[in-house]
Design a binder for this molecule. Structure first.
Ligand SMILES: C[S@@+](CC[C@H](N)C(=O)[O-])C[C@H]1O[C@@H](n2cnc3c(N)ncnc32)[C@H](O)[C@@H]1O
Length: 448
């Protein structure tokens, strides 16, 4: 994009996401690695892009209060400029309101000259009347309130209320609109968590041990961890605490033959390799063959050699795998990602309830197919980073209703120290508003 102006770069990225459904992380990485933005401007770009995407619902609500033309009918470039300006006014304390307005209007004069007066008027009135903006009434319109105040699509919020009740849905909605923590997993093939934390401290990184995962470290200092020598030395990998726990609940052992059915980019495959002491065999498949390269790169950096990658659609018979009988299978299923909308906020605006139903069909097909490749006595862990019941408990209930050769193992019994994370049915559920970790689900199935 070759600009030294972080607001202008954020505008280009947000417009592309809006028009082409591109992914924010890829576009931000590309912009930052072009090297045009320096110092605090790099942080401002990231903050503006993610912040606007997280708060887009609320920002559009505010726009609709102060613009005669509804947000859906505004020219996209004007809408994006207004969102960027309002985000700074309402959510970024470190940018003075005058700077937020002036900089946005300056940008509008170049990018949407005919609308610069309109942009100026909407931003100024929104700031002047910010304390008088009325949101839908909590009691009369709970869905409207949660969706506009915390910026999530109504159908998603309605699902949370149905699942958790209003009070807890409100805590979840609030947590899901905040930036997520940055958590890493110690590579125990090379170091211990204590040694890693000392090493990080020597590199100027403030961090703390995670509460639940024995391998997790939460990074407190801002900034990328990929620049650290400890990262290049393969001492850790970036992975949320909930994903770390899922693999722990599968607990693969040294020497076993394991299938990772949906493996790219390899976060969980490399974790399994650690638990297996880099022995045995992990067959890591992904339907998108080019993504398998990422697993290879991660494994090489972490010093792992027991993973074999195979491009494969695991919803179909695994004919291309020789001797396809496994002691453990991980099905980290393709899902809606509605548990990780803090990280990928653009996704929540694209997805619909119909997409969830379509994903469920795929999840059931893959699970059904894999069941035949597990040895008797073997364990299959079904996991998603979704909060919906449909993609989680309902998939497991449906599977068990047709498979008397499988039982659901109660994780409270197997991992009593983790009771707080386990549902009454015995499955793992992590929640941003309860434990600060990503929304995640895992069920441990045993073939009898
Ligand atoms: C949730 S991600 C996996 C994340 C990975 N387990 C990790 O921890 O890094 C789901 C993956 O499943 C892959 N996938 C989707 N459908 C598939 C199928 N039918 N067969 C194999 N892989 C599939 C996607 O390409 C995607 O990489």
């Amino acid at each position: 994009m070759s600009t030294t102006n972080p607001r202008s770069a954020a505008f280009e990225i947000l417009l592309r996401i809006d028009k082409e459904r591109s992914y924010a992380d890829i576009l931000i990485d590309r912009e930052l690695s072009s090297g045009f933005l320096q110092g605090p401007d790099r942080g401002l770009l990231t903050e503006l892009v993610y912040g606007v995407l997280r708060r887009q619902g609320t920002l559009d609500y505010i726009i609709n209060r102060f613009s005669k033309q509804k947000s859906e009918r505004l020219e996209r470039s004007v809408l994006v400029l207004l969102r960027i300006g309002l985000y700074q006014i309402f959510y970024l304390d470190r940018v003075p309101v005058s700077a937020a307005v002036n900089e946005t209007v300056k940008l509008a004069k170049v990018l949407a000259p005919r609308a610069s007066g309109f942009v100026n008027a909407v931003l100024r009135s929104a700031d002047r009347e910010r304390d008088d903006i009325a949101y839908p009434d909590k009691e009369k319109d709970p869905v409207g309130y949660l969706s506009t105040f915390y910026s999530h699509p109504s159908w998603l919020v309605a699902g949370w209320i149905g699942q958790l009740g209003f009070a807890e849905a409100e805590s979840l909605a609030k947590a899901m609109a905040e930036p997520p923590p940055l958590t890493i997993r110690t590579n125990t093939l090379k170091t211990s968590r204590e040694e890693l934390m000392e090493r990080l401290a020597s590199e100027g990184v403030q961090c703390e041990a995670t509460r639940f995962s024995p391998l997790g470290v939460r990074i407190i200092t801002a900034g990328s961890v990929a620049r650290l020598q400890s990262f290049r030395d393969g001492l850790f990998t970036v992975q949320d605490e909930s994903s770390q726990l899922a693999v722990m609940f599968l607990s693969p052992e040294p020497g076993e033959k394991v299938l990772d059915a949906c493996a790219a980019p390899g976060g969980k495959a490399t974790h399994m390799a650690q638990l297996m002491g880099n022995s045995g065999e992990i067959i890591a498949c992904d339907v998108i063959g080019r993504k398998l390269r990422l697993i290879g790169e991660n494994a090489a950096r972490l010093g792992i050699s027991c993973i074999k990658t195979v491009p494969l659609n695991t919803a179909r018979p695994l004919n291309s795998i020789k001797d396809a009988r496994f002691q453990r299978i991980l099905l980290d299923a393709p899902c809606s990602g509605l548990g990780v909308i803090r990280r990928n906020p653009e996704g929540k605006w694209w997805k619909t309830a119909a997409d969830v139903a379509e994903l469920v069909r795929g999840q059931k097909t893959i699970l059904e197919n894999l069941a035949g490749y597990l040895k008797r006595g073997g364990i299959l862990l079904y996991a998603t980073c979704s909060t919906t019941r449909e993609e989680n408990e309902a998939v497991i209930d449906d599977f068990l209703s047709r498979h008397s050769d499988f039982v659901l193992e109660d994780l409270r019994v197997l991992f009593p120290a983790y009771g707080e994370l386990i549902t009454p049915q015995g499955c793992f559920r992590g929640w941003p508003h309860r434990q600060g970790m990503d929304g995640f689900f895992a069920a441990r199935l045993k073939k009898i």
